[in-house]
Design a protein. Sequence first.
Length: 120
Amino acid sequence: MNLTILCLAMLFPADSPNTEAVHLRAKAALALAFADVKPPTYDEQRDRAAKEGKPLVVWVGQPVRPLDGCFAVRCDKFPGVATEGVVVGVPSGKDLKRIDLPGRPTDSTVRAAVRQAGSM
């Protein structure tokens, strides 16, 4: 719906009789709408988590699952994790305190680890 409104607004602006400019803006809007967006990297998410004081959840060897109030990222491999697992980084001063959860823990298990580490 928003994309349709954006495209129509670009195609039919109220004050622009220049159709070439209108077409260029429409092409730019469509290019942005369908551009490949790369997911954030581990380094980007770690920096954001440390800066904003929020937990970082690293999903290792499995699909990323977002959790409210946390930054999340997927990694194929991660130091200290031999197979699948989840590494939780909880803000501790200017760094993140690491908690390793093996396998494929549930969202509630990950949240519990975040809460427990935050209370230490």
